[in-house]
Design a binder for this molecule. Structure first.
Ligand SMILES: Cc1cc2nc3c(=O)[nH]c(=O)nc-3n(C[C@H](O)[C@H](O)[C@H](O)COP(=O)(O)OP(=O)(O)OC[C@H]3O[C@@H](n4cnc5c(N)ncnc54)[C@H](O)[C@@H]3O)c2cc1C
Ligand code: FES
Ligand code: FES
Length: 462
């Protein structure tokens, strides 16, 4: 059962709506706090329509009904009424929950609302009547000083006392044709994993395909109750990102060392999706237009695979075997982490989508490089959406070394890139459009580097 179905049909909490049922409109937004090391994490909004209920075992879930009552509105609800942002019964509860998530985040960071922050936070909420203006006004009028923290609405001590009584243990849910296992330890998870078991993480991919009836999950394994997989470890040479780290947390943790990747994550989906989705899920879903894979390719990242036979660490490039969604991942293996080296490399990452926000890419581009004496000392390139997997054009990388930086070099690379890619036509764009985008992104990459270096100093040598 999805969380939205549980809330509406079992608990009668019909403020949470089910409209698109694919994480795209935000009408089902609720707020969730997960307990880590006996503490409640800050409440974050998620899409209940694609969230599997069992993935939120042991969490505190706050629905629109839990924020305020008819005669005792929450300040976010009040400001929506005052500014006439409460427009229809479908979208408004989701907007209120998302905005309460914004208020909480701003309070934690001691920041004030501004139009950009309000818009960013509401990326995942669709108003079908296009009445966005009063909604944004409501966000701008948030009186944070008189808005209680969500943690003060329900006493942490009471929640934690409840939680301790029910503290997560290894859980197996068995139905007539389904089994779901949420072990407490990695050893139990590895003992359970066979070819018929499907891993599930944030369910932002799997929740959509199961809602659409395109996949039935018979035996499912979740690492949700394994505490150490929620950690990002930073050492002198690496970041190790646990399988359960969500993309919001990842954006925060990597922003100082990898600002360009954090910028890309900023325009990934919506806050509701990023609060549930994981890096591992994006990697193993293995879409050629997945936003994180080009960066992982050019940063020299590795994937950590564990089975009862032991542990392997595989370069992301060889994790992809060449065919569409063909991975070096054995039936008894689980991905437990992604390891990203901390190098002196610089990065440029681009995503072209039909819409800037909450849209899947048409073509993606990543470059990781070091410059010395007006030349590339090293260069790694990756392009997505132009073949069955993310393409790494080895020949171009080699040919670019030893040449002086200048417009001619990048024109040459733009001209040659079309021999390295095999785009196809689909509803997001034609093959010719994708060829053009690949060429244009190569020129854009060059322009940005040359601009940073002061182009007048550089002469092309080819
Ligand atoms: C509205 C919407 C917008 C989106 N926008 C974007 C976007 O902008 N860019 C983008 O790239 N994607 C986007 N996505 C796709 C999706 O959010 C991402 O791919 C996300 O990272 C998937 O992570 P997850 O944790 O939800 O994975 P899940 O759905 O739980 O799983 C995805 C795959 O990974 C496998 N898996 C999960 N964990 C493990 C593990 N530990 N070991 C082995 N296999 C595992 C699962 O079996 C499954 O095949 C969007 C999705 C939606 C619904
Ligand atoms: S119903 Fe549209 S996002 Fe959930
Ligand atoms: S608020 Fe629902 S259509 Fe605009």
């Amino acid at each position: 059962m999805t969380m939205a179905e549980y809330l509406r049909y079992i608990r009668g909490l019909t403020g949470t709506k089910i409209v698109c049922a694919e994480g795209d409109c935000g009408a089902c937004s609720v707020l969730v706090s997960r307990i880590h090391n006996d503490q409640l994490s800050p409440y974050q909004s998620i899409n209940a329509c694609i969230a599997k209920m069992y993935l939120y075992e042991g969490c505190h879930i706050l629905t629109v009904e839990g924020l305020g009552k008819a005669m005792d509105l929450h300040p976010v609800q009040e400001v929506f009424v005052d500014e006439q942002g409460a427009q229809c019964g479908y979208c408004t509860p989701g907007f209120i929950c998302a905005m309460a998530g914004l208020a909480e985040d701003l309070k934690i960071k001691n920041q004030k609302p501004c139009a950009q922050k309000v818009k960013n936070y509401l990326t995942g909420n669709l108003c079908r009547c296009t009445g966005y203006e009063p909604i944004i006004q409501a966000g701008l009028k948030l009186d944070l000083e008189n808005t209680p923290s969500l943690k003060d609405l329900y006493r942490d001590e009471d929640i934690l006392a409840d939680y301790k009584k029910e503290k997560p243990i290894s859980i197996k849910i068995t139905g007539p044709d389904q089994e779901i296992f949420l072990p407490k330890t990695i050893d139990e998870a590895l003992a359970y994993k066979t070819h018929e078991v499907k891993m599930i993480s944030g369910a932002t991919d799997l929740g959509v395909v199961t809602n659409k009836g395109k996949l039935k999950l018979n035996k499912t394994l979740s690492l949700n109750n394994i505490e150490n997989l929620y950690q990002v470890e930073k050492s002198d040479h690496f970041y190790t990102i646990g399988a359960k780290v969500n993309l919001t947390e990842l954006e925060k943790k990597l922003s100082s060392d990898f600002p360009e990747f954090a910028r890309l994550l900023h325009i990934f989906a919506s806050p509701q999706i990023k609060n549930a989705a994981t890096l591992v899920g994006n990697l193993v879903n293995a879409s050629p237009i997945a936003d994180t894979i080009p960066f992982l390719m050019v940063s020299g990242a590795k994937v950590r695979l564990q089975s009862q036979k032991g542990l392997r660490e595989v370069e992301i490039k060889s994790f992809f075997k060449g065919g569409y969604k063909e991975l070096d991942l054995r039936d008894d293996e689980i991905v437990t982490a992604v390891i990203i080296p901390r190098t002196q490399d610089e990065y440029k990452l681009y995503k072209v989508s039909v819409r800037k926000d909450l849209d899947i890419s048409v073509v993606t581009f990543a470059a990781g490089y070091k410059l010395q004496n007006n030349q590339f000392e090293s260069l790694r390139l990756a392009l997505g959406g132009v073949g069955p997997i993310v393409i790494t054009p080895k020949k171009l990388e080699q040919n670019a070394l030893g040449k002086n930086l200048g417009p001619k070099l990048f024109q040459y690379l733009a001209q040659e890139v079309e021999h390295e890619i095999t785009p196809m036509t689909d509803h997001r764009g034609s093959d010719q459009f994708r060829y053009q985008l690949a060429r244009n992104l190569m020129i854009k990459f060059g322009d940005e580097i040359l601009k940073e270096l002061n182009p007048s100093q550089f002469e092309a040598s080819i």
